[in-house]
Structure formats: C-alpha cells, structure tokens
Design a protein around this ligand. Structure first.
Ligand code: ARG
Length: 464
C-alpha cells in the first residue's frame, strides 16, 4: 500500500492511505478561502510581532511572504495538491519553502480551528456584500419596467383564477419589496458573520499573550466571540446565511414561474427576446424560457444546502469536529447559485422580456374581474354589502347564460336586477376605473402605485 505524506506530527508512523487522504482533504474545494486565509494570517503575524512573541522584522517577513503567495496564486503558479490536505497547510508549507524555519512560526498561538472559522467568515462577509449589490441591480431592473407600466393593466389572480385587475407596476413592485427584505435580511446576517473567532485556539484559548482585539480590528471584525468553545464550533452564521439565501431563491423562483406562464401561448403577456431564450432541437416554432426554468430548478439545491447544514450541526458535541469541514461546499455552492440566479434574472428583466400592453388590455377586458366593483357600487348606493354580493352573483349568472360580459348588459337588464343601478355603472366597471379606484394605502390604484414607485426608487438608491 502506498501512503501519502502527512503535514502533522511525528507521532504518526505511516502516512495516510491514499484513498483516505483524498477523502479527508478539503483542498479540492477550500482554495476558495485562499485570499481570506492569507489576510487572516497576515493579521495574525502582525499581532504576534505587536505583542512581542516574534520580532517586528520576523512579522514583516511573514506578511511579505504571505503576500508573495497571494501573487503566485493570482499568477496561477500556486496550485497545491491533495498532499497538502487543506488550504491552511498548503499556505504554511509554501511559506516555509519561501522563508525557511521562520515560516514555521506563523502558526504560533492559533489552531486551524479558529483559523478556518476566521477565513469562512471573511469569505462570507465579502460575498454578502456582492449579493446585496446584485439585489439592488435586480430591484432596479424591476423598477425600470414598473416605471414604464404604471398604467398598464394586468389580470390579478387568487388561486390562479382571475380575481381583480391590477396595475402591472403594482405587481412588479411586490417583487421589489421582497428583494428589499432580502437585502435587509442579508445585512442582519452580516452582523453575526462579522464576529471574530481568531485567538480561540483549538478550543480553549492559548497560554501565549495574544491580543485578540488587535487581529479582529486588523480584519475589520465588529466583535469577537466571548467564548472560545463557541467561537470554534459555531456555524449559526452559515445556516442563517443559507436561510436568507433560500428566501432569495423563493422570491426569484416565484417570479420565474410567473414569467414562464406569462410567456406561454395560453397567456401571451410577455414576449421573450432571443438573447435570453433558446430553441428546440426538433420543434422549430419553439422559444423556451430556459433562464427562469433554471432559476426555479436551482432553488432546490439551495434549500438542500440549508437542510444539509442543519442536519450536519444537530448532533455535534462541543467543540470542533471534522464534520464542520462539510460546511464549505454547501456555502460555496449557495453563494455561487444565488449569485448566478440574481445576475441571470436581472439580465432577463433588462433584455430578455417585453410586456405586451395590448394583449394585457384584452385579457383584462374579457372577464368578470370587475364583479367586486358592482358590489361596491351597490354598497355606495346604500345596499348592504352581503345583499349586494348576492345580487352580483345573480348578475354574473345571467350574463354567463346570455354569453355577455358585464359591460355588455343593457341598463334595463341592470335595473331589472336592482333599481339602484344607473347609467354610471358602466364607468364604475371599466377596467381602468376598477384599478384606479383601489386607492387605499398599499392598493393598486394608480396614485398609490405612483407614490409606492417613488418610495421604492428612493429606498433602492439609499443604503437602507
Ligand atoms: N479543513 C478543515 C476544515 O475545513 C480545517 C480545520 C481542521 N481542523 C482539525 N482539527 N482537523 O474544517
């Protein structure tokens, strides 16, 4: 049996079985942490010099050596393999090649347990920042359509049955609000991500006179963990993030689903442009909404990662356990998936679809979604709402039997149902009026929507 050489203690007589070395290693995926590992180690080296554990000159050499590795990585010449086990060992080994015995001083007063926790938080902090920027872009794309379509009408649904007509902008602004909650939620998660575990050591702290506040400040952390056991074994921040990411995916997926059916022949509310849709290999007439379908489909893996992380954590005794290495692929894939989906949906909104106002107008004018307004009309003429509701049921039944829409009933037919109906009933049930009249706070009335649009634009351009 050939064995792999190990980077740890002399206590081991033989190396790892090669399959086990492979099984154990995280280097295949944790290079995503490299730049954060280097920054974390630079802060640690400075701190060691600051408190006098190493000399100022040694501290500077370590910082420069780590910077050299960063350069090598960016050039593509730092490509550690499975023998290195993980990114942390890989950096230490390379540093020792570069600096000789001094490289071996870097790990003084820390453990890979507090180190990997620090790296993961630095990574996630930076990714959350990018995702929040992408959420704003997504909101801007929705706002651009909303601005164009305040007075475009679209059928509104409950139970996917025509319910009441809406301003299309109102419909789109609902997604802007969802994305706003996502933005705020990520900001809230970031507060807990931004807590520094470095200096907790393997689990119990260290005998050396380290300065945890110094490293935390160097790395821009807002707080430090107060308990060393919690510091090295907490992954709440990863679970919270994946939860927030799951909600982003819920929102994107709901919009994706709507776009998919809006683009179908049955609805024809939007046209898909060539830049974001694909053809069929066999049916030449087809244009497929691959982008929203993929977004809807990828939602599953993000939910899966949330479930995976929760399950991975639930039985872990304090403190570090190797199970925790499993947090990385879940986190990286969640970040990459949400990143890709936000970008794709934003591009889809900007260039991939066009609403069809005329087709929407026809849709809105050809149903009974103004029935509630007939009841409201009678209510304003003093008829109690429940009686009015029942009367309108009769109106709809009569119209259906006659093959007519409400707008096609004659005044005599209206008045035969109730004498309170007068000539102004026709205005009251015209789709535009039906929408305009819903001017209650947060409703779809055009005045409300214009105000909501202005507010949303302000919010998106602010830091809030
Ligand atoms: N690659 C490991 C991880 O991702 C680093 C920490 C290893 N710690 C240990 N005690 N074996 O979790």
């Amino acid at each position: 049996m050939s064995t792999s050489s190990t980077p740890w203690s002399q206590r081991f007589e033989t190396g790892l079985h090669p399959v086990i070395a492979d099984f154990n290693a995280s280097i295949g995926f944790d290079m995503a942490l490299l730049e954060y590992d280097l920054s974390g180690s630079q802060a640690h080296a400075k701190m060691l010099a600051q408190v006098g554990i190493i000399s100022a000159d040694e501290g500077q050499q370590l910082v420069d050596g780590l910077e050299k590795i960063r350069h090598e990585y960016r050039q593509g010449s730092f490509t550690p393999g499975v023998d290195e086990e993980d990114v942390h060992f890989a950096v230490e080994r390379r540093l020792t090649e570069l600096l000789g015995p001094l490289g071996k001083k870097l790990h003084t007063g820390r453990s890979r347990n507090d180190q990997v926790g620090t790296d993961t938080r630095l990574y996630l902090r930076s990714q959350i920042h990018s995702l929040r920027t992408l959420l704003k872009d997504f909101q801007r794309a929705l706002l651009a359509h909303a601005t164009d379509h305040v007075e475009t009408l679209i059928p509104g649904y409950t139970h996917l049955q025509r319910a009441q007509p809406l301003s299309l902008a109102h419909h789109l602004l609902a997604y802007v609000d969802m994305a706003q909650r996502d933005y705020e939620r990520l900001g809230d998660v970031a507060k807990r991500v931004n807590t520094c575990p470095l200096g907790a050591g393997a689990l119990a702290g260290t005998t050396l006179p380290i300065d945890r506040q110094y490293t935390a400040d160097q790395l821009g952390f807002e707080r430090i963990y107060s308990n060393s056991l919690d510091a090295v074994s907490d992954r709440d921040f990863a679970i919270e993030f994946t939860g927030a990411a799951s909600l982003i995916m819920v929102h994107l997926s709901r919009l994706a689903e709507e776009v998919i059916f809006w683009a179908s022949e049955e609805f024809r509310f939007v046209t898909l442009t060539d830049s974001c849709s694909t053809g069929s290999s066999i049916m030449p007439q087809k244009k497929n909404p691959d982008v929203p379908e993929l977004v809807r489909g990828k939602t599953g893996r993000v939910f899966g990662h949330l479930q995976g992380l929760l399950t991975m954590m639930k039985g872990l005794p304090l403190a570090y356990n190797k199970d925790l290495q499993e947090d990385k692929e879940a986190l990286f894939d969640t970040v990459n998936t949400v990143h890709g989906c936000l970008q794709a949906m934003t591009i889809l909104l900007h260039q991939g679809l066009e609403f069809r106002p005329q087709r929407l107008a026809v849709a809105v004018a050809s149903d009974f979604s103004n029935a509630t307004d007939v009841a409201d009309y009678l209510t304003t003429k003093g008829v109690p709402f429940r009686d009015a509701y029942n009367l309108v049921g009769t109106v709809v039944k009569t119209s259906l039997a006659a093959g007519k829409l409400l707008k096609d009933l004659t005044l005599e037919e209206w008045q035969a149902i109730h004498p309170a109906f007068e000539g102004d009933i026709y205005d009251a049930i015209a789709p535009r009026q039906v929408v305009a009249a819903r001017n209650s706070l947060g409703g779809t009335g055009f005045n409300q929507v214009r105000q909501a649009l202005t507010q949303a634009q302000k919010l998106v351009e602010s830091d809030g």
